[in-house]
Design a protein around this ligand. Sequence first.
Ligand code: EPU
Length: 337
Amino acid sequence: MMPVQKNISLLPYNSFHLDVHAAEFLLVKSAEELQNMPGQQFAEPMLILGGGSNVLLTRNVEGLVLKIDIRGIDELKEDSTHVYVRAGAGENWHEFVQYAISRNWGGLENLSLIPGSVGAAPIQNIGAYGVELKDVFYELEAFDRKKKKVFTYGLNDCRFGYRDSFFKSAEKGRYIILNVTFLLNKKPVLNTHYGAIREELKKKGVHAPTIRDVSETVIHIRRSKLPDPAEIGNAGSFFKNPVVEQELFLSLSAKFPDMPAYPHEDQSVKLAAGWLIEQCGWKGYRKGDAGVHKDQALVLVNYGKATGREIFDLSEKIAASVQKKFGVKLEREVNVF
Ligand code: EPU
């Protein structure tokens, strides 16, 4: 087991590049280490970090930070059409996606270049370009801090929803995801119905795309719109796209005929938060080092020395103006600590 480190800066461990400190910091390499940890080490307040790409740190952590660094990719079993692949929670998401693509295992290609770790992916059911994690999920193992035991959770146990799961809504930090098993397709079925992917493939003259073509197209689209966290601090979409009732949608679309909208479950409608924020005049806004990305208004950025508090305050102002202009409540996608 690694030693507990004291008074560590979390700057290298969060994609918003926020310089808060952890009183104690521990790199976790295995489930056994968690099981053997003395109970008092799990005292509050504590924070579980995966890739650190979906968290806004607004203060120092007075307790323990666990950085999950459980590695390994294993092919568990296969049949004529599918392969079951288990990846450690600490594996980098994009590297895992590329690993699958290099073996021609289909299913993950639309989720290329999403920052973060494998273990964080199910927590908010990551999604992009028409695919969500739940579409390729088989099961996961998680350590329950309360019971000090490892449990297996299948698809239904996880209660996946739009950027949501049982693990996001459960008590914060109770479950620590150890590994995730994916069900991948040896005879890939491509998902290219998302407009931007179709257009880009057409532009490139690709008529019979492979999963690698789809992956490269997704990478190209993401690079053209989303800031690279290695260069500008950010955590991807800051808010969820809001889901509204038919009635509100109809009155809004009468007033704003250009408003993008997508059908959602039970007659509800999903609106584009980026569009709503842009309409309120925030796109490209900057105050100090906290700002709104110039090409994607749904992404808040840290140009250098912004604090988590400044970014949080900016997000409150944005949400208030969207509420005022459209009567729509924006919900944060990132986890605030
Ligand atoms: N739009 C604007 N202005 C903006 C941004 C967007 O008018 O500043 C409009 C676009 O023109 C488009 C619509 O809003 O009509 C939707 O935009 P986009 O296709 O860029 O996707 P998004 O809804 O903003 C979602 C996910 C992204 C994911 C993309 C592609 C959420 C919260 N975000 O963004 O996920 O990559 O779709 O599937 O669902 C993330 O979760 O961190 C993330 C980046």
